[in-house]
Design a protein around this ligand. Sequence first.
Ligand code: 4AD
Ligand code: MG
Length: 482
Amino acid sequence: MERLKIKSLLENSAGIQLGSEITVKGWVRAFRSNRFVQINDGSCLASLQAVVDFEKFDDALLKRITTAACVSLSGTLIASHGAGQAVELQVTSIELIGDAHPDDIQKTVMQPKRHSLEFLREQAHLRFRTNTFGAVFRIRHAVSFAIHKFFNDRGFFNLHTPIITGSDAEGAGEMFHVSTLDPKNPPLNEDGTINYKEDFFGKQVNLTVSGQLEAELAALALGQVYTFGPTFRAENSNTSRHLAEFWMIEPEVAFNDLQDNMDLTEAFLKYLCSYVMENCKEDLTFLSERDAQDQQQKPQQERAEMSLIERMKFVIENPFKRLTYTEAIEVLLNSNHYKKKKFNYPVEWGIDLQSEHERYLVEKEFKCPVILTDYPAKIKAFYMRMNDDGKTVAAMDVLFPGIGEIVGGSQREERYEMLHQKCVEFGIDPEELSWYMETRKFGTAPHAGFGLGFERMIMFVTGMTNIRDVIPFPRTPQNAAF
Ligand code: 4AD
Ligand code: MG
């Protein structure tokens, strides 16, 4: 018999009549009173209740229907006697596909009770089987799909930018090097440095920190493009918001200025929240309740004032607060928080804002998403467009409640001379970047773009507070176990 997905049965999207003979396959979540099997196939959060008449089955077989075992159940679809679901399965035949031994389960996250996220992280290979991670990864998929839909509907082209590259787009030097040289015995130059001319690519290369520079070239031909790819940063920051391998979405649009860029970002982030609200109701409700329970555990002053669903509605319904970096510094300096010396880091014009400053602006001062613009040129990347004041650049960072920076972007420096000068000032060899600089010589145009950290977005829409819990296999310093 053809296998049916539990999601389509429960939503009745397959149009199955009561009394039909059906088959479902999945993993046992619970087997109560030797009679009620909760079976989950991952298609949705809910499990299907299957009723087994134990007198009709062999004892030896029933014993093997344990939590986590994989089974195929066939039978008749009937109206449910219990509350909760409309239908259940009256089982007529059971096929055991894969055993799970109760002794083994004891030590794993599949034991049916609530586990700490830390414990779940230690078993990243098994945590997919839990309600929480099932919900998180179904939502992750939905957001990924929504991103492609958003851009496709607006006539953007998806661009695949290289993963191995010779450039350090962000100029931060936090790169993973890629080499096939023998680390124990590399070829050396006369001065004792490694001779990368003998390496695979004949030069030093690394894993990409951003696809932006490549995307700019494409935008200046195709008009509007976006990348959606893995991004690697060897920054040694062991925080709940940093990964060494994360996914980034980078749209790039010819003829857009900073205002257009902000409008696009805001529309994009609102769209993604709406998409999840409309398409992931069951998982979102589950995670919202989970988040509410978590909030209860926290000390009063750390609790989010709104539930997960309310936080998303808030983002959808309210305009983001837009202000310049210079204005933000004023706000911080005038705050009671500052006057009472509650910030750990100093506040003055020119500093790189710390996460405590960003969180103050978003969570205490404005209580809504904030877009900060026009940062000091010195603390931002070389490619950002210099403003007329000669001190600030047309940069923008979007700050979200509970997350901090979720988007970083800018209008790009499209003037060749200015870009050349910036390279020199930032110690970047313009020759090395000639492939990028050239575009400014052949029909240059104003253009702008931004990068959304995919995992930070997933944190926001799932309410998960550690970035390691929104990517299937997190890579962080000292950790690539799975
Ligand atoms: O602000 P960033 O460094 O900007 C860029 O890379 C630009 N090239 C984007 C552009 O204009 N096309 O990174 C963009 C976003 C951040 O706002 C953050 O959400 C995310 O990427 N991000 C990280 N996410 C997880 N782990 C890390 N280590 C991250 N570093 C940045
Ligand atoms: Mg940034």
